[in-house]
Design a protein. Sequence first.
Length: 205
Amino acid sequence: MNLPSKILDDVVQAFAQLPGVGQKSALRMALHLLKMHPEQVVNMGEKIGSLRKEVRYCMHCYNITGTDICDICADSKRDEGIICIVEDIRDIIAIENTSQFKGHYHVLGGLISPMDGIGPSQLTIDALVDRLSKKDISEIVVALSTTMEGDTTLFYIFKKIKPLNIPVSTLARGVAIGGELAYADEVTLGRSIVNRVPYDHELVK
């Protein structure tokens, strides 16, 4: 793409690094910035900068937060005896929008995927096991996408925590097989949480 300005080209290339953004979309966004008031552009840049500098991960559940402990973990009204395991922050947002879950979370930071070079050591599974071994947990809800990677991760986690003898449940299959949790509609996802089922132990025998 031949552009009349190197600065414009640099901005386009920067936007194009974002997931799902191609060269044409990146150019459209860059040109839109030129139409905005300079103060708006500066303010936007400052907010993007603060995102990387000030946002951190909760020391308990690895949710995204601006403090050491996220609002969910700090909420005394929530049941800390129930831990819902999710892939990333998008899944927490999706589940919270259903208003059907009042426990705590644990964010893995991804799913086991050998094809993508992602193994258990790159996720927060060890931290999860350590957390579960130190707390009085009554139930673990595994809310992962119903994909091959999600099922592989669920199987691995179950084997790791089996010695702890904590009941493990998964979402009811109202969530489409092969679908990503973050994109499920709120009603379906809410019902899947309420009607969660015990994990099939026969799979690990």
